[in-house]
Write a protein that binds this ligand. Sequence first.
Ligand code: PMP
Length: 409
Amino acid sequence: MKTKFDYKGIRSEFPFLSRKVNQKPIIYLDSAASSQKPQNVIDQLVKTYSQSYSNIHRGLHTLSEEATNSYEEVRLKIARFINAYSKEEIIFTSGATMSINLIANSYGLSKLKPNDEIIITVAEHHANIIPWQMLCEKTGAKLIAVPVDKDGSFHISALKQRITKNTRIISVPHVSNVLGTVFPIKEISQIAHENKAICVVDGCQGVTHMPVDIQDLNCDFYVFSGHKLYGPSGIGVCWGRAEILADMPPFLGGGDMIDNVEIDSSTFAIPPSRFEAGTPPIAECIALGAAVDFVTKIGMKNIENHEKSVLSYGHQRLASVKGLSFVGTSPNKSGVISFTLKSAHPHDISTLIDQDGVAIRAGHHCAQPLMKFLNLNSTARASVAIYTEPEDFDALAISLEKVNRIFGA
Ligand code: PMP
């Protein structure tokens, strides 16, 4: 099977593909958990640490200025990448989890009152549940979850039914990390605004798979992690509208986020610095810039098309495996194929196929409420990236058939 896109050359930019696992060429189908890194990202990390490393925003010497400039260039790069209104709207965090905690603790804590309501969906990653639960405990607000269909589709009508005059925040995934469902963010944002609420988007599984234009999506916050976008771990992004950020108090206190400090009280810097307390992961941020260069050069639309075609082949190929049921079959899907096998538990599947060098994820995928909603305790999940090829799904299917034979299916 051929995809139209020439991904072979791109594969050669990923050194991990040359390694073997259990004497077999690696088949990496766990990119939704974390993606592998292209050479230019690895090179950039090494280059920063070996040539231009220093702390940022403080030093007046050459290395500090170089590191500061490179760090700030990434802010601009990210702003352009997601079409933010300005680079000051880009806050660097340690990842999506920290970004949502920042929004909950800063925006949420300063704005919400008892009986206000926060709407999420049943399909959330725990990172888009727990910070809101903690906020509800502190403020007396209520957390409400919108269901999805059994096939994983999300219906705007289900959201509309749950909106009340007390709705303040609607926080949804761009793409579910279990079901692959692509959520209609534009419509959700519009409904949020019509009801004087804000729309927060967990973009962890969105920005990696498709072009993101936050002006078009018209949301109020969009968060993601660098490590899923071919960048290093420890660095992530919280994009927020300038006018909302300007009105938010700091979440974490320390160096770099201040204006003037007295022993009794202090004043704080304007955004984004207000929300970047302490020394950030400098080299990791600069390497995230290299990751953005990497995907920009390929084109997010090309990445989306390639992955769609691989995913479609994957569905077709896995459908032939005896006893396999897909979990999440909504028409608009991206990134992942979750499934169960009649013959074996997902953990056993994952352990066994690792013998063939095939890496998938098995478990609840940090989405326990969704598992309970679906009456499952876990699934197996194969996920794709730009380096995934249709043949990876041939290898997975062959390996799963072996699992069936071992378990006597
Ligand atoms: N949301 C979704 C949809 C995710 O897939 C993940 C990572 N699995 C997260 C949030 C949390 O990301 P991180 O652990 O990088 O903060």
